[in-house]
Design a protein around this ligand. Structure first.
Ligand code: SF4
Length: 313
């Protein structure tokens, strides 16, 4: 691995409308932010959890490194590097918010975008710590989450689960913790998630076993890629049982970014297929459908009667 962010990667990311912070963090306007501002269409997180799409900051503290090379990932890969200087949480958050403000500048004055929504978009109240790369590799993640919470923002953290020791020590925990389980067994994991570490599968299992002890809302995300990992519902259910999450969220793979080099449109399951998968896993676990959004090919399952909205949202 090289040191620091390489200039070619910086150039690629800037062309793709990322705003960067130092050599490891980045922010990008989410598709749903634009849809929400211009067309009143919102992300499933608004429907399921009450997260307003136009106030969500989609960022990552680790843009150029991950323990996986998932074939379905949109991350630009081949540029993994050792970070030489980790930015402080305040610098990361302020730079990402400033980046988001620059990225929404163009919407001001667009007749389709209300001025009040535009102003709100400049003041995010939710941070989606995901985007690309593995966020638990950022050494100040707990302090970063703490800072977000102190500023009145909720946090969603999406991890691939290969750092159970980080999650175990994380303080505070995010408002909602997602662990992606994109393979029902070690063999599919090895072929689809292409781990860059030798013990990735064991580490994910340790994370799943840890989840019930974490005092926050937990979600198992099943990213579903047709002809690769769709099916095997009993095996997925056995993994989910270890984690006893608040929710499970099956979601269809989306053919975007770098994944287009490795996948085809045919690898995107239909919404009906995603739902059917969720129903079968849910039946194994006694979970029912709590929400669905066909344009994102996503559904949420949990115990009957569970309120999915974040309190106060
Ligand atoms: S774990 Fe996430 S960031 Fe890492 S390669 Fe897989 S999809 Fe991409």
């Amino acid at each position: 691995m090289g040191e620091g962010m390489k200039d070619d990667l910086r150039e690629i990311l800037q062309k793709q409308h990322y705003r960067l912070c130092g050599e490891h963090a980045g922010v990008k306007l989410c598709h749903w932010m634009k849809q929400s501002l211009l067309k009143g269409r919102t992300c499933y997180k608004q429907d399921f959890y009450g997260i307003r799409s136009h106030r969500c900051l989609q960022m990552t503290p680790v843009i150029n490194d991950c323990t996986h090379n998932c074939l379905f990932c949109w991350r630009v890969r081949g540029f993994e590097s050792t970070v030489t200087k980790w930015q402080e949480p305040e610098v990361v958050l302020d730079t990402c918010i400033e980046g988001q403000r620059q990225l929404v500048t163009g919407f001001k004055g667009d007749p389709r975008c209300s001025l009040s929504m535009w102003q709100e978009a400049r003041e995010p109240d939710q941070v989606a710590i995901s985007l690309a790369g593995e966020p638990t590799m950022y050494p100040y993640l707990g302090d970063f989450i703490d800072l977000c919470h102190r500023r009145g923002m909720t946090t969603f953290l999406v991890t691939n689960g290969t750092f159970p020791e980080v999650l175990e020590a994380l303080d505070p925990l995010p408002t909602q913790l997602y662990v992606t389980v994109a393979a029902p067994n070690r063999d599919i994991y090895r072929r689809l998630c292409v781990p860059r570490i030798p013990d990735g599968w064991e580490r994910i299992r340790r994370t799943l076993e840890l989840l019930p002890s974490l005092d926050t809302r937990t979600v198992i995300r099943h990213t579903l890629v047709k002809d690769w990992n769709l099916g095997w519902e009993r095996e997925y259910a056995a993994l989910d049982r270890l984690a006893d999450p608040t929710f499970i969220e099956p979601k269809g793979f989306v053919f975007v970014g770098d994944s287009r080099r490795r996948m085809t449109m045919d690898n995107m399951p239909s919404h009906a297929e995603v739902l059917e998968f969720g129903r079968r896993v849910g039946d194994e676990l006694g979970l029912v459908l709590l929400g669905e959004k066909s344009d994102s090919r996503v559904a949420v399952f949990g115990k009957e009667g569970t309120e999915t909205r974040i309190p106060g949202r």
